[in-house]
Ligand binder design. Structure first.
Ligand code: ZN
Length: 676
């Protein structure tokens, strides 16, 4: 379904940008604008500005700019249409599309049931009896009541269908929520029993599924059915219920539903996304308690996959929020999926995968409990995925003898061969050569053999492909290929013709940039000569009627600012102009948004005089040139020159009225045409 333009307009109109942004950062009124700390980059003094009337925001620090829709896109990692839908839901606006409306009715029922389940499980955890056992277990794992509340942890009682009875849903709807099902005996049964419950939310904070963990001391010995007056799932014999015994997995999630797909779900993303966007870095864990450990340690940028290995979809989603993704797994992360595929995803998603340097055998949850500082340090000193795998591979061999070193080198080259970039492979080949004390030329031949095609001996292979070479960080940073100035720019090729040693890799100091946003080449920096043109644009953005009489593109010299003026002039309103530019000329959209934030109290006549003065001065030198080039015109030129000097004198006087300024501009236009 295509979004109707009138729907988009309604959604924009119905959305209070101040309220929306305030869900992420505190805003303070400043004159006619609001100011606050930027949600898109880390800063200590506010450079984020918002104009509530126009519904626009702009950051003077990182140049993030846009309206409510782009704000939702950028903070929630959604595409345009999803963002409009999210805002429509928020504002209670029904988008036109009947099939969607019907399905959204049933979706609303599912959502309601899932929300009720969250409260139900939370109440069980807060209760006495098994709730106390579960709470003391949480306490023993360093999870405070506050943290448990933030993540809405709960407890599934040791009963067959306590939740189903609470929800009172028709069986088919219950099954659609994933919360319960009809068992083989024809009885309704809860999906989770006798487990600590970790609700899984979508990035907008709505529950979509639940993970359950076995808790020591709860269940295990058979369900406490008698207390609930339940005789079991249709089986009246004394057979014990399938309680959470040792045969049951430690972790279990509710099944996939229309709202919950494992390959896309990321536990904790709704809580971590602000930090991830602000820092440009996401931390991926294996377990829910690992996520909690990072939050407890003061790094609320952690998320976890839900009962599955990391998928391409996960990386795509994370790529919308941050460029750097740190894997914080206790096992070899590459063992979780084919490494070769991971590098391709890395490339496709425009992200950089790192591996946290966790002490061997420790997981984030236990390390965080013992030593939170060490946990944070493991993230700070994360190394690139390929570098990690190579070091690990080499370290698993005996390097004291030549045979061991040769085996280590071959194994490392096999790991290396899966990377799609020749440049990256060659970088790491040097690492292997160092670690194994071997001749890089031999290793290149060996690598070429592994990859099944010949390479010119003694020379590194080079491709013409545009593979994005990233800063590799870690110990090899001094000789790592460097990324270009803008780390998110589509072209991140390294200049291979250069014989200069590569610049040091840009590390985490790089401002966070995200794929969801259109990144201008860099902010436009006006020179002294552009000041009057900037001020004229600023006034026409903020007080269009006051500036309109003097706006003539003959007065604009800077081509970029001239484009901005044309854009404004050809659209009725500022918002329409920005809208028109946002897809094709994000640089212009950014400039206009920024001008809207830079509150001005200049007087339009003064600005017009400055523009006229600058243009007239330029014309004088053109006239002189023309007279030199074509002596036949010198009579005419000296007449024009006198006339222009008269204008310049006139402009030095502040007394001239509006009508006169308009006349002068018309005259300048005539002269400009004559000289052209
Ligand atoms: Zn910013």
């Amino acid at each position: 379904m295509a979004l109707a333009p009138e729907d988009i307009a309604r959604v924009r109109e119905a959305t209070d940008l101040v309220a929306l942004v305030s869900e992420h950062v505190a805003l303070k009124r400043q004159g006619r604008r609001f100011a606050g700390l930027c949600p898109f980059h880390q800063e200590k003094t506010p450079s984020f500005s918002l104009n509530a009337e126009d519904g626009l925001y702009y950051c003077f620090g990182c140049q993030a700019s846009g309206d409510a829709i782009t704000f939702v896109q950028q903070t929630e990692g959604l595409d345009f249409r999803e963002a409009v839908q999210r805002l429509a839901e928020r504002a209670g606006i029904q988008l036109v599309d009947d099939s969607r409306r019907r399905s959204s009715d049933s979706t609303a029922r599912l959502r309601e049931a899932l929300s009720l389940a969250v409260s139900f499980y939370e109440a069980q955890l807060a209760a006495t009896g098994p709730g106390e056992t579960a709470r003391s277990y949480l306490h023993s794992r360093g999870i405070t009541g506050e943290l448990a509340a933030t993540f809405h942890l709960g407890l599934a009682p040791d009963a067959w269908s306590a939740l189903a009875e609470h929800l009172r849903l028709p069986p088919h709807l219950l099954a659609q929520t994933g919360l319960g099902y009809v068992n083989r005996a024809g009885r309704v049964q809860d999906s989770l029993r006798a487990r600590l419950v970790f609700p899984i939310f979508d990035s907008g904070g709505r529950p979509i599924a639940f993970g359950g963990r076995v808790v020591p001391g709860i269940g295990g010995g058979g369900p406490a059915q008698a207390a609930a007056g339940h005789t079991g799932p249709g089986n009246t014999s004394a057979a014990p219920a399938p309680a959470a015994t040792s045969a049951e997995p430690k972790y279990k999630n509710t099944p996939e539903t229309a709202l919950y797909q494992k390959r896309r779900a990321l536990y904790g993303l709704h809580l971590a996304k602000d930090e991830i966007v602000g820092s440009g870095r996401a931390v991926v864990c294996e377990g829910y308690t690992d996520v909690l450990a990072f939050f407890a340690a003061g790094l609320p940028a952690a998320i976890a996959t839900c009962g599955t290995a990391l998928t391409e979809d996960h990386l795509k989603i994370l790529g919308r929020f941050a460029q750097k993704v740190v894997l914080s797994f206790d096992a070899d992360p590459a063992g979780l999926a084919a490494a070769g595929r991971i590098y391709e995803w890395e490339q496709a998603g425009g992200i950089d995968l790192y591996v946290a340097s966790l002490p061997a055998g420790s997981d984030p949850a236990s390390l965080g409990q013992e030593d939170p500082t060490a946990l944070l340090q493991a993230i700070e000193s994360a190394i690139p995925l390929l570098g990690f795998r190579i070091r690990q591979t080499v370290a698993s061999h005996d390097l004291r003898n030549p045979e061991g070193r040769a085996k280590a080198a071959t194994a490392a080259l096999v790991a290396l061969s899966q990377h799609p970039s020749n440049l990256v492979r060659d970088e790491y080949l040097m690492t292997v050569a160092d670690l194994c004390h071997m001749d890089p030329r031999l290793l290149r031949q060996e690598l070429a053999a592994i990859r099944g095609r010949p390479a010119a001996p003694g020379r590194p292979e080079r491709t013409t492909g545009a593979y994005a070479v990233r800063s590799t960080g870690g110990q090899r940073s001094a000789s790592a290929p460097h990324s270009t100035q803008n780390p998110r720019s589509p072209d991140r090729r390294v200049d291979r013709s250069s014989s200069q040693p590569p610049a040091p890799a840009r590390q985490s100091a790089t401002p966070p940039r995200r794929a969801a946003r259109d990144i201008p080449e860099g902010p436009f920096t006006p020179g002294a000569a552009d000041r009057a043109e900037m001020e004229a644009l600023r006034l026409s953005v903020q007080r269009p009627a006051d500036m309109a009489p003097y706006l003539d593109d003959v007065l604009f010299v800077n081509p970029f600012l001239k484009d901005a003026l044309d854009l404004l002039a050809s659209h009725g309103t500022l918002v329409a102009a920005i809208d028109a530019a946002s897809g094709v000329r994000p640089d212009l959209a950014g400039l206009l948004t920024r001008l809207d934030m830079e509150e001005t109290s200049s007087d339009p006549e003064g600005v017009a005089r400055k523009l006229i003065t600058a243009k007239a001065t330029g014309l004088l030198s053109e006239i002189a040139t023309q007279a030199r080039r074509d002596p036949g015109t010198s009579g005419r030129m000296s007449g024009l020159s006198r006339y222009i000097k008269g204008i310049l004198e006139e402009m030095a006087d502040t007394g001239n009225d509006k009508g006169r300024l308009v006349e002068v501009i018309a005259a300048i236009r005539e002269i400009d045409r004559e000289l052209a």
